[in-house]
Design a protein around this ligand. Sequence first.
Ligand code: AMP
Ligand code: ZN
Ligand code: FE
Ligand code: FE
Length: 288
Amino acid sequence: MSVDLHTHTVHSDGTTTPSENAALAAAAGLTGLALTDHDTTAGWAEAAEACARHGLDFVPGIELSAEDHEHSVHLLGYWVDAEDPALAAECARLRAERESRADRILELLADLGVHVDSAAVRTHAAGAPIGRPHIAAAMVDAGIVPDIGAAFDRYLADGGPAWYPKHALAPEDGVRLITSAGGAAVLAHPGTDATRVVETTALVRRLRDVGLSGVEAEHAGHGPATVAYWTDVARGHGLLVTGSSDFHGERKDVRLGAATTPAGVVAALAERAGRAMAPVTAGGRVRW
Ligand code: AMP
Ligand code: ZN
Ligand code: FE
Ligand code: FE
């Protein structure tokens, strides 16, 4: 009775299709799956159908980028209305600005003497909103770096030599956008930046005050102490604790289902989004 609440597909910077994510979730013995591509809901329809085929509950989600004092903060929005005008407009803007940002990053790389072909990056993105993993993948192909992690470490990481900030919301505005669109908002991977524990802890309180529902304490990238710390912070603020793999297919070294959220927590999250949910049954099905 567990759900992987944060996975990516080819509709953003993952390498698998929504149907493949559903098949992987079923193979991992999960009872449900969320799709949370960056800035788009394009994968939802296929995922919903594939989940139904596998007898999995589908949780529609999106991952939005926000920025707090020049540090990136990711927000997960579940059950948002994809047609909500404000949300749709913001997503369109986020997607468009990723195009110009990718060009800026390629210019910064060129200034460093590293020449990455724009067409190769676009081929990796294949029409999806361009993210740094697409640039990293093109760099691996060109033999510039041995793997995607090295591309981030040497060039692309936040604050790195070829980093260029992307248009991002204030985190409070991101939470409001999600909740106004009928969704439940969760702060993604709070422990990713270990140098910002104090600031991120303060951010949890700020976001709770504008409607945050949960904290992704059990992100697969968090070590045990990090999970324990953010679980305490979430509980201390009366927020739900979610868990996920943040699966990106071959672009990240994590398997789908590596971390999950109990079905009961998913039901509570749905309730926060105002979705009608049947009680969790002995069969373990979560409905909304
Ligand atoms: P962007 O949307 O362009 O800001 O890129 C963010 C994506 O890059 C996230 O989805 C992460 O999965 C990925 N990412 C961030 N840091 C790293 C890293 N150090 N190694 C590999 N992938 C990373
Ligand atoms: Zn990503
Ligand atoms: Fe993220
Ligand atoms: Fe993610």
